[in-house]
Design a protein around this ligand. Structure first.
Ligand code: H79
Length: 590
């Protein structure tokens, strides 16, 4: 089997050189101004979609987070890397891959039921295995598995029938199957010649995915690393020549993308519009590829709130499912997504095609989206029967709940509006209150506009990425808990400023701690994804008698516009029960 594969690779090598040669005689890419125009139009369509389905599906769904009887921590599709599984051994998984329960129609129907307007699926992840029929490499689902069919044909067609935009994820830089790509250090020598890998695999395969599956809304590249700017430019030109309307994400590298990805599961803390369109790739549990032991499903309340939060800040939400090796999307994922779809059925007007908030967000009570003449207030944490909303100067002609049309009484009190709300939310996840305005675009009072942050800023646990396998968020107490120490992947809160903060800050902590839980060390640090952490504040956690209190921490942290994240961790064997509701940053004026 290995010998056979090797032979086919040699033949494929020869063919693909011919193939690459053929490209140079095909028409040149459209001129740059035409590309820019088509890209701007595609971006507008993409911006309107707001919500998409990400699908991570590959050979890693077979081990499903377990290798040789042992549980493997971390994201499931990284199992080959984490366990340093030799190519020859990992390749054998293909012989078992037979997703007889796969139905492109069912997957596309689920996306439609969820209110998702686009879909992005792994055509090839870091493990190098093509989930489509590739002539460029025999290591693909048609030629190397007993299944022998190309599921991407069925899936792309099912999406097209439903008007769901379709795109492919393609790992262009890491490929653990190839000696000249980045990533596999356990099988192959250190020297790499990515040019060989690009000519023989990436360019031909990207040409295949652009040629055989209809119109692609986008190609989603990932983890840029060793490819040069010239190589990435060639990759971009290839895509734009074959499909000028196909968008490229920023993870193509070297600033050649058309729109930005935030970090995985990373939501900016405030409205973020200065760098153009962006998208948050996010998981429904703690993995992308299927893991049989990961039952840490996010609450629909969290996900619907995050959708409103992201759209309020100018982003799209790309939410992942990890189908099994049989081709089934796990039932909990399906249930969660259909719950989101129900909410969108009633409230989609406030999401699709909406513009971001003109206000900054002082807390987690509400978020805001905008359409001509309308302001949508997404009430995520019910404020009780009186809701005081500050900073809107435009005259409000009418206020009503989007889900049922019920009028909401209100009056003005200077710069504030006071709404009379029912005692209970209309929707348990996000009640949308529509304000019909006398103005086409809302006029916002000075001091309340997005980008005008006050000197005291709350960062709530809800708005942080929960990082680690044990940490949990609790809606009743609005707090994160279970800061269990872990050797790898510590349980932490990560906030992403994305340029919103700049300066030196003192910090207050709002938290609850029983006597028995006190004494551990709380760490507050800043860092980037590629830059080392800068230690900020260390503080011995004191007991609060179990009640929520706010305490000033000693020292300061420094955040500049380039700071990737603000990190809060608690070390201490006894500390897991501590509850963290928020930190408050107090800007120091020089
Ligand atoms: O496709 C998904 C991930 O597989 C991919 N991006 C999303 C969309 C991704 N590639 N790299 N990363 C995410 C960062 C991964 C870092 C880690 Fe690890 C991989 C942490 C644990 C496994 C590298 C290996 C650092 C520690 C071990």
């Amino acid at each position: 089997m290995e010998r056979k594969t090797a032979n086919v690779i040699v033949i494929a090598l020869g063919l693909s050189f011919l193939f690459a040669g053929a490209c140079s005689t095909s028409p040149p890419p459209p001129d740059e101004s035409e590309i820019q125009k088509r890209t701007a139009e595609a971006l507008k369509r993409f911006d309107d979609m707001k919500f998409g389905m990400f699908i991570h599906w590959g050979l890693y769904a077979i081990p499903a987070g377990e290798w040789k009887g042992k549980y493997v921590r971390g994201i499931g599709e990284w199992i080959m890397f984490r366990e340093k599984i030799p190519v020859a051994e990992y390749e054998k998984l293909a012989e078992q891959f037979n997703p007889v329960k796969f139905s492109g129609d069912e997957w596309a129907q689920l996306a439609q039921d969820a209110g998702m307007r686009y879909m992005v699926i792994t055509s090839k992840h870091h493990d190098g295995f093509a989930m489509f029929h590739s002539k460029a490499s025999p290591y693909n689902i048609v030629d190397a598995t007993p299944y022998g069919k190309d599921p991407m044909k069925e899936l792309s067609a099912a999406c097209a029938r439903r008007g769901i935009a379709f795109g492919f994820y393609y790992s262009q830089d890491q490929d653990w199957h190839e000696p000249n790509a980045r990533g596999n250090t356990w099988d192959f020598p250190e020297e790499r010649n990515p040019e060989i890998y690009l000519r023989n695999k990436v360019f031909p395969q990207v040409e295949e995915i652009l040629s055989n599956y209809g119109k692609l809304a986008l190609i989603w590249f990932d983890t840029p690393g060793i490819l040069s700017e010239a190589q990435v430019t060639e990759l971009r030109d290839l895509v734009k020549r074959l499909q000028p309307d196909c968008l490229l994400n920023s993870r193509i590298g070297h600033g050649k993308g058309d729109y930005i990805q935030t970090g995985d599961n990373a939501i900016p803390i405030q409205v973020y519009t200065k760098d153009g369109k962006w998208e948050v790739p996010a998981t429904l549990n703690d993995t992308w590829g299927y893991k049989k032991n990961d039952h840490h499903w996010k609450d629909p309340r969290d996900l619907i709130g995050k959708l409103a939060d992201i759209v309020s800040k100018g982003g799209n939400y790309l939410l992942n499912v990890g189908p099994t090796a049989e081709g089934v999307i796990p039932k909990p994922s399906q249930d969660i997504l259909r719950t989101m779809g129900k909410w969108l059925e009633a409230n989609g007007e406030s999401i699709y095609g909406a513009s971001p908030s003109p206000f900054y967000f002082p807390d987690i009570t509400w978020r805001a989206t905008v359409k001509p003449g309308k302001l949508y207030l997404h009430i995520l944490n019910w404020p009780g029967k009186k809701f005081r909303f500050e900073g809107l100067e435009s005259e409000v002609k009418r206020a009503y709940f989007l889900a049922n049309g019920d009028e909401v009484p209100f009056r003005r009190d200077g710069a504030a509006l006071i709404f009379d709300l029912p005692a209970q939310p209309v929707d348990p996840y996000d009640t949308v209150l529509v304000l019909e305005l006398a103005d086409e675009t809302p006029r916002v009072a000075d001091g309340y506009r997005a980008g005008q942050l006050p000197d005291r800023m709350d960062l709530y646990a809800w708005a942080a990425r929960l990082r680690g396998e044990e940490i949990r968020y609790d809606f009743d107490t609005l707090s994160a808990t279970n800061f269990v120490p872990a050797e790898q992947f510590a349980n932490e809160l990560w906030w992403y400023p994305y340029g919103a903060l700049d300066g030196e800050y003192e910090v207050e902590l709002t938290y609850a701690c029983d006597n028995a839980e006190a004494g551990g060390t709380l760490r507050l640090a800043t860092g980037g994804r590629r830059t080392p952490r800068k230690s900020g504040i260390e503080w011995k956690v004191s007991a609060t008698g179990g009640k929520f209190v706010t305490r000033k921490l000693p020292g300061k942290i420094t955040v500049d516009p380039k700071t990737g994240m603000i990190i809060l961790g608690i070390d201490g064997e006894q500390s897991s029960g501590i509850r963290v509701r928020k930190i408050t940053l107090i800007r120091q004026t020089v």
